[in-house]
Design a protein around this ligand. Sequence first.
Ligand code: IPE
Ligand code: IPE
Ligand code: MG
Length: 294
Amino acid sequence: MSWIREGELTIIERFCANVIKAGPMPKHVAFIMDGNRRYAQKCHVERQQGHSQGFDKLAQTLRWCLNLGIREVTVYAFSIENFKRSKEEVDGLMDLARQKFSRILEEQCFLNVCFAYTSRHEISNAVREMAWGVEQGLLEPSDVSESLLDKCLYTNNSPDPDLLIRTSGEVRLSDFLLWQTSHSCLVFQSVLWPEYSFWNLCEAILRFQMNYSALQKARDSYMEERRRQQMERDQAYVTKKLQQEGFASHGDSRRRRTLLQKCTAMREERIQGFLQALEHKRVDFFERLCTVSA
Ligand code: IPE
Ligand code: IPE
Ligand code: MG
């Protein structure tokens, strides 16, 4: 029997889901699932029990997301900083992750799990990858841009989250998706993660809907600015090239236009080549990792 799909919504939950679905819905929701240990303390159960119920709550939340038509979910399950917790707790979390994630991930494919993750680590790794690309002669320094950095992140196959939810009343991101959430709706809720309910999720979506047009506007103007900056970089590149060839940088607008088109096409080609090389490098790394741990 499926763990995620079992159990439908009640009539009243279904009714509310349909009302909410009439408005703009987040396509991608990220969760910082926080408050497991406080929950365990509150309920006078073992800490490991709190974490275990946290994993079960994730399975239930994914079911609500499916029912609400949310196509992608990303969760912060364990941060690099969490390795500083006691060995007993870290081992317990690793055991739970092995047991529960293999079951959850077997059943669906719309979940991204950030495990042993921090955003700053992810971003600095992306910067290192681009520096490697320049060093290998695959990229020109002028190819380095925000849009290329996007493509070097672990999340490159996903759109940015529309909504980020943190439970347990903590109002910080704790180094989670810092780059990807600059135009996301951030919702902080006081409920402890193992007690998260369908109604908490509805409340967060309502808050997203109330802020939807402002979020859209911010995103659109950012994309516009990004396009403008790219155009500026391409123009500067062409000017430099013309000067190197001994042409006046402002003269002959047809030549300038042709060169601009050529430069843009060549940049795209370099970037595709670099991304392919990066993909191979990552596949190699994981293959070596699997061989070492086998
Ligand atoms: C979140 O709950 C789960 C992980 C970080 C693995 P916590 O373990 O942080 O619980 P609280 O926040 O201390 O209550
Ligand atoms: C953040 O929670 C990480 C996860 C939920 C996995 P923490 O409870 O570890 O974060 P801080 O230390 O309170 O910021
Ligand atoms: Mg915590």
